[in-house]
Design a protein around this ligand. Structure first.
Ligand code: RET
Length: 246
């Protein structure tokens, strides 16, 4: 009963015109539903795909928990839940790097490649956090955002043209196809985030990068596209690979 009262109290705080709160709410539900889907479908696949599907589910599950808190935080405080946002990312983005490694393992991917991607993703996120939450005045956001952007490009380069690409080509078939789609997610889907960052921080880009959208709405759209979309690509690859073998 107590839990129910708390739930109702929070939900009633979302006003009908609070579109930011609405996207937190819907995002939370979507992440939960996606997690249930990935976890429950996991065992219908061949062993070598199970871990990949499990990781897809973990990514959306970790996000669901953070969205639960972010939705609450937004409802109670009315400010961007920057801390929860970055804790979520620093857990889920490295898991996406693991995902690249897992699907390329069949072609002999080395752990060193995975660690390089993870390292770059952590640099990208920690510097982004500095610009968004620590050095928030003057040139702070622009400078830290630029460093973050360089790490982002290094990741994109590695998977589009570097060793990850070579491994995907060796693997061919469903793996190559999935790798290509995931590359597009990183190039286009992940590019949503710097747009959110520019909308929510101060800098020379204030005039040009303003989409008229709230930063959290942009981030929430990015998360739905990337976390659920990414997982579905891996799921699709597992389906395709299983039917190839059958
Ligand atoms: C599930 C969460 C994902 C895929 C988050 C990805 C986040 C980024 C690609 C963030 C990138 C940023 C920049 C490239 C520059 C400005 C600062 C960031 C952290 C927003």
């Amino acid at each position: 009963m107590k839990i129910l009262t708390i739930l109702l109290a929070d939900v009633s705080k979302i006003a009908t015109d609070d579109y930011v709160g609405f996207t937190f709410f819907v995002g939370c539900m979507a992440m939960m539903a996606a997690s249930a889907f990935f976890f429950l479908s996991m065992n219908s696949f061949d062993k070598k795909w199970r871990t990949s599907i499990l990781v897809s589910g973990l990514i959306t599950f970790i996000a669901a928990v953070h969205y639960w808190y972010m939705r609450d935080y937004w409802a109670a405080v009315g400010e961007s839940p920057t801390f929860f946002r970055y804790v979520d990312w620093v857990l889920t983005v490295p898991l996406m790097c693991v995902e690249f490694y897992l699907i390329l393992k069949v072609a002999g991917a080395k752990k060193a490649m995975m660690w390089k991607l993870i390292f770059l993703s952590v640099v990208m996120l920690v510097t982004g956090y500095f610009g968004e939450a620590v050095y928030t005045t003057g040139n702070g956001p622009a400078v830290w955002g630029l460093i973050s952007g360089l790490a982002y490009f290094a990741i994109a380069y590695m998977i589009w043209f570097g060793e990850a690409k070579q491994l995907a080509e060796q693997a061919g078939g469903a793996v190559l196809k999935a790798h290509k789609t995931l590359c597009w997610f990183v190039l286009v889907g992940w590019a949503i985030y710097p747009l959110g960052y520019m909308a929510g921080t101060e800098g020379w880009y204030d005039g040009i990068a303003n989409l008229g959208l709230n930063m959290d709405v942009i981030y929430n759209i990015g998360d739905a596209v990337n976390k659920i979309g990414f997982g579905l690509v891996v799921y699709g690859a597992a389906v395709a690979a299983s039917s190839d073998e059958a």
